[in-house]
Design a protein around this ligand. Structure first.
Ligand SMILES: Cc1cc2nc3c(=O)[nH]c(=O)nc-3n(C[C@H](O)[C@H](O)[C@H](O)COP(=O)(O)OP(=O)(O)OC[C@H]3O[C@@H](n4cnc5c(N)ncnc54)[C@H](O)[C@@H]3O)c2cc1C
Ligand code: SF4
Length: 493
């Protein structure tokens, strides 16, 4: 603990953001950052707790509390304060392969569990992490560091999201030869073609891929395993295959008129925008434009929020976001105490932007769509909605429509962000791996080995749609099991 009285002396201070009305003019990252001296003061707020809840990574009531990667947070807070950036970087990279991603997109369960947050504001752990990794790049400390010895073992990773990348990085460090196969034209999974550019600029991904290539990992894009390349080929050619294909099968809305034109899944909308942005600065017109349209986003979660922010940047005429669940409380409820994840109202960047641009919060709670009304050309023109009443019964939670609450709203573009229902089945079928009741690939508990010899699974394809930080954790864990299987022991952590 660098400064014993830091938490008493310094208030929490963030780098801040560009205001909503300015940042919607482009798709660039809108976060500002503190000066080094200020970041040091923020690190000094850390109390180096005897029980550092920030790094615990527990599941409490089904929600994450503390860092799933068990990042050595108090140690690097101390090292930032003591002006030892190289040592802070070393401690950070010991547990996290990709702090450049997590310090931008993680919802920071570490901060939600920080002891300082019990009766004050938590330590700025996420921004401290950003400063360590970005100062590391700026100082030239992050260079390719290939393994000195190769084991002769060959591993194929299918899917280049954060989980596949973490597994590849760990196994390459151990000296195995790793090839990552990716179906898309660009590497990164949902980091690349899910999370919008303003949350994670795509050159940040490419910067890390360049380092990984320099360390000997090969990437093959436009390679759809189970389709354009046979699963058997990989099983024959490699000592192990790791499936890291995500869980991107979207949940649909089964209502009359769903087949209408102008109704899309959220990820298709977000991907098309990012691809066009990267290919041509949106000049090729090959994206689903919300310009001048009345947009209806179905789903009040983070993906829905990304759709709101992206639609506003396109120049949408209006945006409405429907959420089935009731509006959360502004403060923690009595049955949701620290260090549990706080189930409170969060007004995310897209919603802040909608408030600034249109003058209203786009979210409508306890409401769903019952029908899409199509015009003569089959294009969506209206959506019928109804309010829902949440009922908690013995067999679980159910929602009943409230009579007389029906409404019809004008819409030109509908984006379905209603969650995901597991992995796409064709990859599992191609490898003959069993699926479980959640449509993710089945393994024994605490194992990543599928029902097929040599074939392992990781990330969302294993645990279901989750977070980048969990995907990295899974990638590190599958790497450990694969290494042990191949070598008879492992020294990976
Ligand atoms: C819109 C959106 C926004 C999100 N925002 C956040 C956020 O801000 N913070 C956060 O922590 N989490 C966020 N998440 C969740 C997070 O992105 C995922 O949990 C994480 O990316 C999962 O990583 P993964 O490696 O398991 O799979 P994915 O990232 O889904 O990657 C899987 C990859 O496998 C490839 N693939 C699939 N099948 C094949 C095949 N047959 N052959 C070759 N390649 C194949 C896919 O093309 C894809 O590139 C978001 C999710 C979405 C949908
Ligand atoms: S819980 Fe907060 S104050 Fe305690 S060690 Fe972690 S970051 Fe520091």
């Amino acid at each position: 603990m660098g400064k014993a009285t830091g938490f008493l002396e310094f208030e929490r201070k963030s780098g801040g953001e560009i205001g909503p009305k300015d940042r919607i003019k482009n798709f660039q990252d809108f976060h500002a950052h503190l000066l080094q001296r200020e970041q040091q003061q923020q690190a000094a707020r850390c109390m180096d707790c005897g029980v550092p809840f920030c790094q615990s990574g527990m599941m409490l009531k089904g929600m994450t509390s503390g860092c799933p990667l068990n990042n050595l947070i108090p140690e690097w807070n101390d090292l930032i304060y003591l002006e030892k950036p190289d040592r802070a970087l070393g401690r950070l990279l010991k547990t996290n392969n990709f702090p450049e991603f997590t310090s931008r997109v993680c919802p920071a369960p570490c901060e939600a569990a920080c002891t300082c947050g019990f009766n004050d504001t938590p330590v700025t752990i996420k921004e401290n992490e950003w400063s360590i990794i970005e100062n590391g790049y700026a100082a030239g400390l992050i260079q390719p560091n290939p393994p000195k010895v190769r084991t002769g073992k060959k591993i194929a990773v299918v899917g280049s999201g954060p989980s596949g990348l973490a597994a590849a990085d760990q196994l390459n460090k151990r000296g195995h030869s790793v090839v990552v196969y990716e179906r898309s034209d660009r590497v990164g999974g949902l980091l690349m073609y899910g999370i919008p550019n303003m949350k994670l600029e795509k050159n940040v991904i490419q910067r890390k891929i360049n380092i990984m290539e320099g360390e000997g990992i090969s990437f093959v894009t436009n390679a759809d395993i189970g389709n354009t390349i046979k699963a058997e080929k990989l099983i024959q050619e490699y000592d192990c295959v790791i499936l890291a294909c995500g869980a991107s099968n979207p949940r649909d809305i089964q209502v009359p008129g769903r087949e209408g034109k102008g109704i899309y899944f959220a990820v298709d909308f977000l991907k098309a925008t990012t691809k066009s942005l990267l290919d041509s600065g949106l000049k090729d017109g090959k994206f689903i434009s919300a310009k001048g349209k009345r947009v209806l986003v179905i789903g009040g979660g983070d993906t829905g929020n990304d759709c709101v922010g992206t639609s506003i940047r396109h120049g949408a005429k209006s945006v409405v976001q429907l959420e089935m669940m009731p509006k959360p409380p502004v403060e923690r409820a009595d049955d949701n105490r620290w260090p549990e994840w706080p189930k409170i109202l969060k007004t995310d960047y897209g919603q802040q932007e909608a408030i600034a641009v249109y003058g209203y919060d786009p979210r409508t709670y306890e409401t769903t769509v019952t029908e899409f009304v199509l015009d003569k050309e089959g294009k969506v023109g209206k959506a019928k909605t109804v309010r829902l009443e949440k009922k908690t019964e013995k067999k679980g939670v159910s929602f009943a429509p409230v009579k007389g609450s029906e409404k019809t709203i004008d819409v030109d573009l509908v984006l379905i962000a209603a969650g995901f229902v597991g992995a796409e089945s064709y990859v599992a079928q191609a490898f003959k791996t069993e699926l479980n009741e959640r449509s993710t690939v089945k393994t024994a508990q605490n194992s990543f080995h599928t029902s097929v010899p040599k074939v392992f699974v990781t990330g969302d394809m294993h645990r279901g749609q989750s977070l980048v930080v969990w995907a990295i954790k899974e990638g590190r864990s599958v790497a450990k099991e694969v290494d042990e299987t191949l070598m008879g022991y492992t020294n990976l952590v």
